[in-house]
Design a protein around this ligand. Structure first.
Ligand code: ASP
Length: 368
């Protein structure tokens, strides 16, 4: 089934779909043809809530006529290199063993190509390595030591990515996770005997997101469409804090943490990757947009899908709604955009001036 955007903003079903013919049989009813006007602005850059500077940088590059993927990668490089963002790149929170392992994916709409790296150690900017996987190999995803070796072969420096701030958070987690091991918290924070009154959220920033198990969430996803209607996206992260070594989240999985179709739009995600992986939600978001949904509605429909599929009691609040955070961000070729989460959240938009926050759509109030 193929759709295309006409210059007048009309989403048209391809001929095969219109006839509802598949393999010589009448397979599906002909889908409705969705008529819509352009309402958005191009060029456009959107990102997760930690992307004010990233979107501004990407927009500058789009306005200078640079390639869409180069623009969003240059944007997220700011966050990857920032030691104060503890969810991405250098300074990211480590895994259970105290080692920072990073995941990233990129998709370039015009060339219909993508690349990714997972569980890569020692490289500050995994998004650049993901692009090299796309440009300089016949593969799409390289993981672990192989990804680091590949980066080194291309001249990347292997560095220690664990900052003192991230190491101290990890140490505190390790010392307070159990009162039956040999790691003891410092006396002033609770002394011997495990948690001992220590509040594990005590020094969280207001903006920090953590789940019911006090693991931190964070990632940057950044997507753009340029004046010509070309689309690209990138997602990059240190993943879930304290994860089992080798755990790979949604971010480097094309279709989950990121998906781009140059005919339709882009979608990406942050939050509990496991929930996203089980439904390939960025792909689903783009498919919903292909069917004519506005990006915001597509993101919200995906949230409903994930909520309906979340049945494990360990992941549910008492009222039966998910107890974790998951965000989607999407834009279409027309320059329309949106974001959604289960509960109120925000994302970043840049339409050519300063980057600004916008509220995501949501299903339930924060305290509900
Ligand atoms: N989605 C990322 C992961 O699951 C982490 C996050 O965004 O919090 O690895």
């Amino acid at each position: 089934m193929s759709f295309r955007w006409s210059r007048r903003g009309i989403l048209q079903a391809g001929a095969a779909a219109g006839l509802g013919i598949l393999g010589g049989k009448r397979a599906l009813a002909a889908p409705a043809v969705h008529v819509r006007r352009f309402q958005g602005n191009r060029p456009l850059v959107i990102s997760s809530g930690n992307g004010l500077a990233a979107c501004a940088r990407a927009m500058e590059m789009l306005q200078a006529g640079e390639d869409t993927l180069d623009a969003v990668i240059a944007g997220v490089n700011i966050v990857e290199e920032d030691p104060d963002d503890m969810s991405v790149g250098y300074g990211g929170l480590p895994n259970e063993a105290g080692v920072v392992q990073l995941d990233s994916s990129v998709m370039h709409g015009p060339s219909r190509n993508g690349g990714a790296v997972a569980a890569i150690e020692g490289i500050k900017t995994p998004s650049k390595v993901a692009k090299l996987v796309m440009d300089r190999t016949d593969h799409v995803l390289i993981v672990g030591q192989g990804a680091q070796d590949f980066a080194e072969a291309h001249g990347f420096q292997v560095e220690n990515l664990l900052t003192d701030r991230a190491r101290e958070r990890w140490l505190r987690w390790k010392e307070t996770m159990s009162d039956r091991d040999d790691w003891l918290p410092a006396p002033q924070t609770g002394g011997r005997g495990g948690r001992g009154g220590l509040d594990p959220t005590a020094d969280l920033d207001a903006a920090d997101e953590f789940d019911a198990f006090f693991r931190y969430h964070g990632t940057i996803n950044c997507n753009c469409v340029d004046a010509a209607g070309d689309i690209s996206g990138v997602t990059t992260t240190s993943g879930l804090s304290w994860k089992i070594p080798g755990r790979v989240g949604d971010s480097p999985i094309l279709g989950a943490g990121l998906y781009v179709d140059n005919d339709v739009g882009a979608a990406g995600s942050t939050g509990r990757g496991e929930a996203n992986l089980l439904d390939c939600c960025s792909f689903l978001t783009v498919e919903f947009m292909r069917q004519g949904m506005h990006p915001k509605d597509a993101c919200l429909e995906v949230m409903r899908r994930v909520a309906a599929k979340t049945v494990d009691p360990r992941l549910l609040r008492k009222d039966g709604t998910p107890n974790f955070s998951l965000n989607f961000y999407a834009l279409n070729k027309a320059g329309e955009y949106g974001g959604a989460n289960f509960r109120p959240s925000r994302f970043v938009v840049n339409e050519g001036g300063e980057s600004r926050y916008e509220d995501s759509a949501y299903l339930w109030e924060r305290d509900q």
